[in-house]
Design a protein around this ligand. Structure first.
Ligand code: SF4
Length: 170
């Protein structure tokens, strides 16, 4: 029997690997490691800026989870399940009930959440004028999304309403 969307090829570069309704540590483990490193690197950069920036960074990260839960995760097929990023889809039901379709606002929520996570470190990098920190931090950020979007997350995901899903179709 065919899986939903099987045979459709409207993706933006992804290739279907699997259909996972629950992600295991094999898929989300590497994403977890990368996001912890990203968080700690951002923490260090914010601390270099000022103690106030450090506090704002921690507050921004905390706020980013609520933005994600409210606008993105509650509309996702991974709501309430272990998803490709630790502490995201699995934790959403603790704060928000399930929502409707995964529409454009879900994408806005994801962009806003990640903006909240990286904006203060980038202010710190600009303040320092460090090309090395810019390249390292941007490389880590891009690496996290490359692994999530093209390796561990999207190629295995059942949320076909998401434009990054291999079987997304308008
Ligand atoms: S397709 Fe990718 S970005 Fe979209 S919900 Fe699934 S894992 Fe997240």
């Amino acid at each position: 029997m065919k899986n939903p969307g099987e045979g459709v090829d409207m993706n933006i570069g992804n290739r279907r690997k699997n259909w996972l309704s629950d992600f295991t540590i094999r898929e989300y483990g590497i994403n977890g490691v990368l996001i912890v490193i990203l968080f700690l690197f951002g923490l260090y950069l914010s601390w270099k800026l000022s103690l106030f920036a450090l506090f704002m960074y921690l507050a921004s990260w905390a706020a980013s989870y609520f933005v994600l839960y409210a606008l993105t995760c509650r509309h996702c097929a991974n709501y309430g399940k272990s998803c490709p990023v630790p502490l995201e889809g699995s934790c959403a039901p603790r704060f928000f009930s399930r929502g409707g379709d995964f529409g454009p606002m879900a994408g806005v929520g994801a962009v806003l959440a990640y903006f909240l996570r990286v904006c203060i470190p980038y202010v710190a990098i600009l303040q320092m004028g460090s090309v090395l920190y810019f390249l390292l931090y941007t490389g880590l950020f891009a690496g996290f999304f490359y692994v999530l979007l093209y390796r561990t997350g999207c190629p295995n995901c059942t949320n076909v309403q998401c434009p990054f899903n291999p079987d997304f179709s308008t």
